[in-house]
Design a protein around this ligand. Structure first.
Ligand code: NAD
Ligand code: WQD
Length: 342
């Protein structure tokens, strides 16, 4: 069976993808510096799948350390999650974002070239689009990132497209995620943000469990049906399965051209939709208060999922109800996340 190196595999999306890959028989290895995760997530993956996944502590900013992982594991393909992902932090620390997301990816590509491994799935983001000219967003939309995080992802995409054009032996998949949320139904793995969550669903989860006192609704005067922000929430398990299908496409498919697809539900949910659903599935009151808009937030942002359906025969199967149910299941079972001394 194919050997797949998963960088950032101990993280939120990586750990959920490990479960799906492992259950399909891939031989796996994780590279992670655990700067935003813990090996406990890999222990939890092993509990779910019954298979331990070897890993090495490695910072992708060190090309030599990445090369050592390749010498040990000799992957047939790489799924590259390792990176930093906060828009706000990227505006405060742009160099960190270019070092990790761009230089880290360049290091990985240099090592892959030297090792003759030319199959790569890259974690991109809808943030590469910036302010949309029209909704839903298709893959042909203009790429106009507006923050260092989005620029870093766009730069990595360009490097990969240029590489694949220069050497047609490369098979690459650029997956542009919208708003991943939720958790594996077992409640053994989930989103475990460091400190105060920036994102809506983990924040609501922590209010529901009493860790936080109230949800601040960041503006209710947008031009949307109920005035609150609309986003494309995608269940993290659907997203993980999307990675398996994209990997199969580049390893077994006949199409040599780079795969560039949005991974989203294709539908928009407002903040109020999410809050109302979460209250219902959790049975918790979840106090909330409207405050001023967050700078940079856009009114409405969701994907067209038509191309992923056409190219990969992949669609989301879980909606906002399952997202809230599974997020609450994870939060209520793990109020301190992985740090809860499992
Ligand atoms: P995460 O922080 O949970 O996972 C990232 C993993 O990478 C962590 O385990 C972290 O320890 C590791 N890492 C960070 N810097 C590293 C370095 N220098 N060397 C080695 N490992 C390093 O984040 P996630 O939500 O799982 O996101 C995974 C990928 O998906 C990221 O590239 C992110 O930009 C992208 N993405 C995430 C979202 C989202 O909303 N979660 C949306 C779009 C794209
Ligand atoms: C969703 C909605 C907020 C928190 C971000 C990144 C993006 C990607 C996904 C990496 C918005 C509202 C939020 C809160 C609120 N990450 N909100 N109260 O901003 O769409 O996307 O995460 O690639 O790059 O930008 O997600 O969850 O922060 O916000 O009312 O406490 O919830 O205004 O409408 P966002 P989010």
């Amino acid at each position: 069976m194919k050997r797949v190196l998963v960088t950032g595999g101990a993280g939120y999306i990586g750990s959920h993808t490990l479960v799906e890959l492992s259950e399909r028989g891939y031989e796996l290895f994780v590279l992670d510096d655990f700067s935003n995760s813990t090996p406990r997530s890999l222990d939890a993956v092993a509990k779910i799948t019954g298979k331990k996944i070897p890993y090495k502590v490695c910072d992708i900013r060190s090309e030599a350390d990445v090369a050592a992982v390749f010498r040990d594991f000799r992957p047939d393909a790489v799924i590259h999650f390792a990176g930093v992902k906060s828009v706000g932090e990227s505006c405060r620390e742009p160099v960190k974002y270019y070092e990790i997301n761009v230089q880290g990816t360049l290091n990985l590509l240099s090592v892959m070239q030297a090792a003759g491994c030319r199959n790569l799935i890259f974690s991109s983001s809808a943030t590469v689009y910036g302010a949309p000219s029209e909704i839903p967003l298709t893959e042909n939309a203009a790429l106009r990132p507006v923050n260092p995080y989005g620029h870093s992802k766009r730069m990595c995409e360009q490097v990969l497209l240029d590489l694949a054009a220069a050497d047609t032996r490369w098979r690459v998949g650029l997956l542009r995620y919208f708003n991943p949320a939720g958790a594996h139904a077992s409640g053994l793995i989930g989103e475990d943000p460091n400190g105060e969550p920036h994102n809506l669903v983990p924040y609501i989860s922590q209010v529901a469990s009493g860790l936080r006192t109230e949800l601040k609704i960041l503006g209710d005067d947008y031009e949307t049906p109920d005035g609150t922000g609309v986003r494309d929430y995608i269940h993290v398990v659907d997203l993980a399965i999307g990675h398996v299908v994209a990997l199969q496409h580049i390893l077994e498919g006949t199409e040599a051209a780079p795969l560039v697809v949005n991974l989203g539900s294709g539908a928009g949910c407002s903040v109020m939709d999410v809050l109302t659903t979460f209250r219902r599935v959790s049975g918790q009151p979840i106090p909330a208060r409207v405050v001023e808009r967050r700078p940079g937030d856009l009114p409405s942002y969701y994907s067209s999922s038509a191309l992923a359906a056409e190219k990969l025969n992949w669609r989301t199967e879980r909606g906002i109800e399952e997202i809230c149910r599974d997020a609450w299941n994870w939060q209520s079972k793990n109020p301190q996340g992985y740090g809860g001394g499992q």
